[in-house]
Design a binder for this molecule. Structure first.
Ligand SMILES: O=P(O)(O)OC[C@H]1O[C@H](O)[C@H](O)[C@@H](O)[C@@H]1O
Length: 511
C-alpha cells in the first residue's frame, strides 16, 4: 500500500501511542484475544479469523465456482443483506464495473426495483451471518413469495450465505436450497474476504482470486514492514479527534468509503470516544468542519492511501483493530445496533403492526415538519443553530436510493451552511454503519430524519406487518432511541417524494 500526504510529517514514531501500536501489531497477527483488554477478550476470541481469510478463503474457490456454474443461466443478480453482508460485494462490483442490485433497504419503492420485471432471469443471494437480521429475513420472505407468485421455484432462484447452524442455515438446507457457510469466527463487518464478499462478487464475474491474492500480498508486506500501516493508524488516532472524511473522487476503488464507513463507525463508535467516518463527494467538500481527510488517489487530502481493492480490505480491517487497541475499545461488538432493533420491535407492538396517524407540528407544501420551526426554512435554520460546538449533523433518508438519490445533495449543502461535518445515510442501511456511532460515539450529533410516503407496499409473508410499516417502525424506533438522549432531532416527512425533496433542497440552499 502506498501512503502519502502532508499529515505524515505529524507522525511521531517515538510517542507512547506509536509504541502501543507497534506492540499491538504482532499481537493481532498472532490472534491474541487479550489485545483489546480483558473485557473484550471473550468476543475477540470468536471474532479474529478475518486475519486468516486472505489465505484461508482460497479453499472456498472451488465451491464458489460450482455455485456460479449452477446459477450461470441467470443474468441478473440481487443481493439481500445489510451492513458487512452487502457493502463488501457493493464496492467489489463497483470497482470491477459489474452489475449487482444491492437490496439493503425496507423501503417498498426500492423493493419494487429489487424485484424488477424479469424474475425468471433473476438469482437472489440472501446473505446473513446471524440469519436473524429483520431487513434480510423480510427481503428473503418477499422474494420467496414473488418467485412463487410468478410460477417459479424459489430453490432454483435463491441461494444463501450464512454461518453454519444458524437458524437460517438449518431451515434453508432442509428446504433444499443451495447454501455456502462462512467462517463463524469472523464478524459481519470484517467478512468481505469470506463467502459473504466472495460469492455474490463471483456471481457477477468479479475476479475474486485476484482480490485474495492482493490481500495476501498486502498482509505479507505489512507484516514484514510495519511503518505504513502503523503511520495510518497513528494519524487516525491522533490527528482526527472525531471526524475522518473519506472521498472516492478520482479513485480506482469507488464505493470503498461506504465500506470503510461501516467498518470504522461500528467498530469504534462506542464508549463516547470513536472516530466518525464521513463519505464525501470530493476533497474540498471533505475538509468542511475540519475533518481529517483521506483519499485513495491524488494529493489534495491530508492522507492518500493507494493500492488494489483486496489490499485495501485487509489493510483497513487491520488499521481498525489497531485503532481499537489505541483507543482501548472493543472493536468487535456493536451494543447500540441492538438498541435500535429493540425500539423498532417496540413500535411494531405498540402500533399493533400498522403505522398510526402521526401528526406533524406543522406542514409546508409537500413536507410535514416533526420538530421546531414554523416553516421548512425556519426548521432547518433552528436545527443548524442547535448543532453543538465541535458537533456533527447526521442526515438519515429512509427513501429510495435510486429514485430519490437527489436528496443526497443535502449533505454538502448543510455541511457548507452549518460549517459542521455532515454525514448522509440511507435508512435503514446506515443503522448497520454510522447508526452505532450516533448512539455510542461522542455525544454531539444533531439528527435529521427524512421519511416519505410510499407509492406501493408489500406484505411480508410470515409477518403481521408490511414493508412500509417496518420501514416506519425503524425510523420512529431510531428517532426514539435518539430522543431519549435529548439530541437535536428533526424529522421531515415527504407527502410527495419528488416535490418534497426539491422543496427541502431549495429551503436548505436559501439558508
Ligand atoms: O449478516 P447479519 O447477521 O445479517 O448482520 C448484518 C450486520 O448487522 C450488524 O450491523 C452487525 O454489526 C454487522 O457487522 C453486520 O454486518
Amino acid at each position: 500500500m502506498k501512503i502519502s500526504g502532508p499529515s505524515l510529517s505529524a507522525v511521531d514514531r517515538e510517542s507512547d501511542i506509536y509504541r502501543k501500536l507497534r506492540e499491538t501489531h504482532p499481537r493481532i497477527a498472532k490472534k491474541d484475544s487479550q489485545t483489546w483488554g480483558s473485557k473484550a477478550a471473550a468476543e475477540a476470541a470468536v471474532r479474529l479469523n478475518w486475519i486468516d481469510l486472505p489465505e484461508a478463503s482460497q479453499a472456498l474457490l472451488p465451491q464458489i465456482a460450482d455455485l456460479v456454474a449452477k446459477f450461470s443461466s441467470h443474468s441478473r443478480v440481487v443481493l439481500c443483506g445489510m451492513g458487512g453482508s452487502s457493502l463488501g460485494p457493493e464496492v467489489i462490483a463497483l470497482t470491477y464495473k459489474k452489475d449487482i442490485f444491492i437490496f439493503d433497504s425496507t423501503d417498498p419503492n426500492y423493493a419494487q426495483h429489487a424485484i424488477g420485471s424479469d424474475l425468471a432471469k433473476t438469482v437472489v443471494v440472501v446473505s446473513s451471518k446471524s440469519g436473524s437480521t429483520i431487513e434480510t429475513s423480510s427481503q428473503r420472505a418477499l422474494f420467496q413469495s414473488q418467485f412463487e407468485k410468478a410460477g417459479l421455484s424459489p430453490v432454483d432462484h435463491m441461494l444463501f450465505v450464512t454461518d453454519p447452524d444458524s437458524p437460517l442455515d438449518i431451515e434453508v438446507r432442509a428446504g433444499g436450497y443451495s447454501v455456502i457457510n462462512a467462517d463463524p469466527n469472523v464478524g459481519g463487518r470484517f467478512s468481505v474476504l469470506s463467502a459473504f464478499g466472495l460469492l455474490p462478487s463471483a456471481l457477477v464475474g468479479a475476479p475474486i482470486a485476484d482480490l485474495l491474492a492482493d490481500a495476501r500480498a498486502e498482509k505479507s508486506a505489512f507484516l514484514e514492514e510495519d511503518q505504513a500501516i502503523l503511520d495510518v493508524a497513528y494519524l487516525l488516532v491522533t490527528q482526527a479527534e472525531q471526524y475522518i472524511a473519506f472521498t472516492d473522487a478520482g479513485s480506482t476503488v469507488p464505493g470503498l468509503s461506504d465500506w470503510i464507513e461501516q467498518l470504522i463507525a461500528e467498530s469504534t463508535g462506542k464508549d463516547s470516544i470513536g472516530r466518525l467516518p464521513i463519505a464525501t463527494e470530493d476533497s474540498p467538500r471533505a475538509k468542511v468542519g475540519g475533518s481529517f481527510t483521506v483519499a485513495y488517489a491524488g494529493s489534495s487530502t491530508d492522507l492518500t492511501v493507494e493500492g488494489p481493492l483486496g489490499a485495501h480490505f485487509i489493510f483497513w480491517e487491520w488499521v481498525t483493530a489497531l485503532i481499537g487497541a489505541a483507543l482501548k475499545i472493543d472493536p468487535f461488538n456493536q451494543p447500540n445496533v441492538t438498541e435500535a432493533k429493540e425500539q423498532t420491535a417496540a413500535c411494531l407492538t405498540e402500533w399493533n403492526n400498522s403505522v398510526p396517524v402521526l401528526t406533524p407540528a406543522c406542514s409546508e407544501k409537500s413536507v410535514e415538519i416533526f420538530g421546531d420551526g414554523q416553516s421548512l426554512k425556519d426548521a432547518l435554520a433552528t436545527f443548524i443553530e442547535d448543532v453543538k460546538d465541535g458537533g456533527y449533523i447526521a442526515i438519515m433518508a429512509y427513501l429510495d436510493r435510486r429514485d430519490d438519490v437527489k436528496i443526497a445533495e443535502l449533505r454538502s449543502i448543510l455541511a457548507e451552511k452549518s460549517g459542521h461535518p455532515t454525514s448522509f445515510g440511507w435508512g435503514p442501511r446506515f443503522m448497520h454503519s454510522t447508526g452505532q456511532f450516533h448512539k455510542g460515539g461522542q455525544k454531539n450529533g444533531s439528527f435529521l430524519q427524512i421519511t416519505g410516503e410510499t407509492s406501493i407496499d408489500y406484505e411480508i409473508p410470515g409477518r403481521r406487518y408490511s414493508l412500509r410499516t417496518l420501514l416506519f417502525a425503524q425510523a420512529i424506533g431510531d428517532n426514539r432511541a435518539l430522543a431519549t438522549r435529548k439530541y437535536p432531532l428533526l424529522r421531515l416527512h415527504l407527502q410527495k417524494r419528488s416535490a418534497g425533496i426539491d422543496e427541502i433542497l431549495a429551503a436548505a440552499r436559501s439558508l
